[in-house]
Design a protein around this ligand. Structure first.
Ligand SMILES: [Zn+2]
Length: 351
């Protein structure tokens, strides 16, 4: 990864971007795309579009969702903040975390509080933690002062940032799926100045994926692409999680290329053929139904779109410590860049 791209990736991953409140990362993504794309624009939903060769008659859409799971302020009572989830959480890993409340007046730090183990009954200790058992403590215990500081609906993210662990492994918050928004932008950057012929390339940082693939629905509906790639994270092998659950996918062995009903078989063949020709490492994965990704929304839009899902293996999805391997990121960027360049006049995705 080039140093300048790494600096941008770090900024993008560290920006707050909870579902429905994606401004932080959106502004960074759009500014970066403006440095090389032919056109950058937004829509009423919050999606961001960066385009190359807009007059091309065949449209390809690259989707990476820019939203991350987060929380929002539900109410203020007893000097603490009650909060709601934006996206799917394992409530067992929420208590004890640092959070940041993003208010109109600036960031307010807090922690997620819960009754200490000493104060729990034997029954309470066996129970799964629920949202009603937790609150956010800011250290501001005067209710009037707290109400002046924080507003109902203010978005909240975990207070964690990107860190290098070892080798090519990084850990961060919101890797799902700002790494996808980053990757599609890098593909667009690679395609800049290349002969795209009749292809118009749309990179789209979609919003609200975490609550039902919502941004991809509106974005694909407005672009009406012929084919497209969705980039997201996927689960992989780890202790206690075997091949019967996640397939034969490991971190660091290359981007994951999915096959199944959500995927156009001709586009899949082109990706695999291109990987072979260009010597790009990748892994295969099977999905027997619509995937829980933007590829599903895209495939079902506008009379049908030929889709390929490309995934980055990820450990600890939907926690503040999501792990990924930079080798898989490089593989995904190369795979999509080369596949798009391999599309010619004879390429058809009609089955
Ligand atoms: Zn997710």
């Amino acid at each position: 990864m080039k140093k300048s791209s790494m600096t941008y990736l770090e900024k993008l991953l560290n920006a707050p971007s909870p579902t429905g409140y994606e401004d932080g990362a959106r502004n960074i993504w759009r500014a970066e795309m403006k440095s090389f794309a032919d056109k950058v624009y937004g829509d009423t939903h919050g999606n961001s579009f960066a385009v190359l060769n807009e007059k091309g008659k065949r449209k390809v859409m690259l989707a990476g969702h820019i939203d991350e799971i987060g929380f929002q302020v539900q109410s203020i009572c007893d000097g603490v903040i009650k909060f709601q989830p934006l996206g799917g959480f394992d409530t067992n890993i929420i208590p004890g975390r640092r959070v940041i409340i993003h208010t109109a007046k600036g960031d307010v730090p807090g922690v997620i509080g819960k009754k200490a183990i000493h104060l729990m009954s034997a029954d309470e200790r066996k129970k799964t933690t629920e949202f009603r058992d937790m609150w956010i403590d800011t250290g501001i215990y005067d209710e009037e002062e707290l109400k002046k500081t924080v507003e109902i609906g203010d978005p909240i993210t975990y207070g964690y940032t990107l860190e290098h662990l070892a080798h090519d492994v990084y850990v961060g918050r919101g890797v799902d799926d700002r790494i996808g928004a980053f990757i599609i932008g890098e593909v667009l950057r690679n395609l800049k100045g290349k002969n795209l012929g009749d292809l118009a390339v749309y990179a789209v940082a979609t919003v609200q994926e975490e609550i039902g693939l919502r941004g991809a629905v509106t974005a694909a509906g407005s672009i009406k692409p012929e084919f497209g790639f969705a980039v997201d994270v996927c689960h992989c092998l780890m202790p206690g999680v075997g091949k019967d659950v996640v397939g034969d996918v490991t971190m660091g062995s290359g981007a994951v290329v999915t096959r199944g009903p959500n995927i156009n078989p001709k586009l899949f063949d082109l990706v695999v053929k291109t990987a072979g020709k260009k010597n790009i490492a990748f892994q295969r994965d099977a999905a027997c139904r619509g995937t829980g990704t933007d590829a599903n929304a895209m495939q079902l839009s506008s009379g049908g779109v030929a889709c390929q899902l490309i995934s980055i293996p990820n450990r600890y999805m939907h926690t503040p410590v999501e792990l990924f391997d930079m080798k898989d990121v490089e593989s995904a960027i190369a795979l999509m860049t080369e596949t798009i360049l391999a599309v010619d006049k004879k390429t058809s995705f009609v089955i």
